[in-house]
Design a protein around this ligand. Structure first.
Ligand SMILES: [Zn+2]
Length: 53
């Protein structure tokens, strides 16, 4: 079921896409984290953002 409400779509996309991914273990971390909460690695990358493709 597609999401038609733009506000809800924005919230969903934001919570899904605006995270950091640990390069070592793949855990999701908050954007403002400098280190992975799972393995303490500092090798984090932002999740790729492509909305509405
Ligand atoms: Zn990690």
């Amino acid at each position: 079921m597609p999401i038609t409400d733009p506000d809800k779509k924005y919230i969903a996309a934001h919570s899904l896409l605006y995270v950091n991914i640990c390069r070592k273990c793949g855990a999701r971390n908050p954007l403002n984290n400098k280190k992975c909460r799972n393995c303490r690695s500092s090798s984090l990358r932002p999740k790729k953002r492509e909305i509405g493709k």
